[in-house]
Design a protein around this ligand. Structure first.
Ligand code: GLN
Length: 483
């Protein structure tokens, strides 16, 4: 009840929850309360969870903030949703996001921008902006987000909460609407490290519905958090403290690093030399995968369908006009007109084009075009194949660093949150924002953002720890020490 009240009070200003049905939440809460009373409740009973609108939830609209999916209702639960439900978590509502998880500000959305609860003139970050804002504004205990290039960690940093991107394949992607399948990860956002670890515990592990999910046994993350006396070796990569980093963000991160050292951690300067290629590599590979994944939204098999009758009428009109021209034409004009007639798109092609034109927003279209371009014959080797090789080099950078240190520390983002509208017409500066988070996705390793203090401008700053594959315990332990 407290959370429902809070949503009603603050959501109109923050716009973090885009779907919530009070009645069904109350019914579900009643069912869980009964189980708590009779002692049969699962380990997440009492936990109130927000869900990014990219995860399938039975009977709910799963829109991905896109006109393309505005009427799509899921008939099944994503595996992470099923796990939470089985453990008696209460799913309170669906969270705003950038369309198809493409963005860093939660401004690319049919629902209108989500806002940062710390100051609603500012963005909450993205693409899981609604999930982070909902936790920060106390509309739920924890939430689920997805992270393809930083979309859990960056909004967590901007909103002053904790966000964890697990190792690629640690959590099943079954029921996650795909953006870039070799990068996508589902993970938790919470008010503290323990809650984040707890949710991860219950969503991690192999799933027969996602054969790419790892069979490696899941560590006991909460137990890992108890071993506070372990001396961590923390790598500080020079490439993450260079040009573009806000001075006050740098200062806060350096203060945290000094405090960690005083606390007994071993601080090791390290180098990740291919970092500077991260953004270019990511925006080639992620857009390539997106162009392929989003091909399914054709208005026929999936997604918004343009008005077919209108298309037939238009085509009829154009056909009749050309037929008239053919009739009236003399000499070469006749052949020309016949050519025009045969060049007309068929009704199905028109349906496909119009459905996609109406259904996708600008940023999604930009990504589909970029991705199609880098995959096209003649450019494939220069872009896609090359980027795959650089991805490998970036992964190898981390492999070599992790033979010396347990975790790598950095800022989560180069600046604090920016104002709503400030970067909207500048996709490049928006992409540059991902500079510190993207490498973890390219390498498939895990990362966490945890609050590192307040900037003189009053906005939260996040510190990021990245850990080797399947070493979530290491980053949780590091995060606990700055909490
Ligand atoms: N900001 C990045 C992008 O727009 C990351 C998105 C994500 O992690 N889903 O692609």
């Amino acid at each position: 009840s407290q959370y429902l009240e809070r949503i009603k009070e603050i959501n109109p200003a923050v716009n973090a929850m885009v779907q919530f049905d009070e009645k069904s939440v109350q019914d579900e809460a009643g069912r869980i309360s009964k189980k708590i009373k009779d002692g049969s409740a699962g380990p997440l009973a009492g936990a109130v969870v927000g869900v990014k609108d990219v995860l399938c939830e039975r009977g709910k609209k799963v829109t991905c903030s896109s006109a393309m999916l505005k009427d799509f209702e899921s008939v099944y639960d994503a595996s992470v949703i099923r796990s939470l439900r089985e453990k008696d978590a209460l799913l309170i509502g669906r969270c705003n996001m950038d369309e198809f998880a493409m963005g860093s500000s939660n401004e690319n959305t049919i629902f209108g921008p989500a806002r940062n609860p710390v100051d609603t003139e500012y963005v909450p970050g993205g693409s899981s902006g609604g999930s982070a804002a909902a936790v920060a504004a106390d509309m739920c205990d924890v939430s689920l987000g997805s992270d393809t290039g930083g979309s859990i960690r960056q909004p967590a940093a901007y909103c002053g909460v904790v966000g964890l991107k697990p190792t690629y394949s640690r959590v099943s992607r079954y029921g996650l609407v795909a953006f870039a399948s070799s990068f996508d990860c589902i993970g938790p956002i919470g008010k503290n490290v323990t809650d984040t670890a707890l949710v991860l515990q219950h969503i991690a592990g192999h799933d027969t519905m996602d054969n790419s999910s790892s069979r490696k046994p899941v560590d006991d993350y909460l137990k890992g958090l108890e071993s506070e006396d372990r001396k961590l070796r923390i790598g500080v990569p020079e490439e993450y403290f260079g040009e573009g980093l806000d001075d006050n963000v740098r200062k806060l991160i350096e203060e945290q690093i000094s405090a960690l050292e005083k606390d007994g951690a071993k601080i090791v300067p390290v180098s990740l030399p291919h970092t500077k290629y991260g953004i270019a590599t990511y925006y080639i590979l992620a857009t390539a995968e997106a162009s392929s994944n989003l091909a399914r939204y054709d208005g026929i098999r999936y997604g918004h369908r343009a008005d077919f009758r209108e298309i037939e009428e238009e085509l009829g009109k154009e056909t009749r006009a050309i037929e008239k021209d053919i009739k009236n034409a003399v000499g070469a004009g006749k052949e020309e007109a016949i050519e025009r007639l045969s060049a007309l798109d068929s009704p199905l092609v028109r349906l496909y084009k119009k459905s996609r034109t109406e259904g996708f927003g600008d940023e999604v279209k930009r990504r589909i075009m970029l991705g199609t371009y880098v995959l096209s014959a003649g450019y494939y080797d220069a872009y896609y194949a090359k980027a795959q090789k650089v991805r490998r080099l970036i992964k190898e950078d981390f492999e070599s660093v992790f033979s010396d240190v347990d975790v790598v520390v950095s800022p989560t983002a180069p600046t604090t949150a920016f104002k709503v509208g400030e970067n909207q017409d500048d996709p490049i500066s928006m992409y540059l924002n991902d500079v510190y988070t993207i490498s973890a996705n390219l390498a498939g390793i895990c990362g966490i953002s945890v609050p590192a203090g307040t900037h003189p401008n009053g906005l939260p700053v996040g510190i990021q720890f990245m850990g080797n594959s399947f070493r979530e315990t290491d980053i949780l332990q590091a995060a606990r020490r700055v909490e």
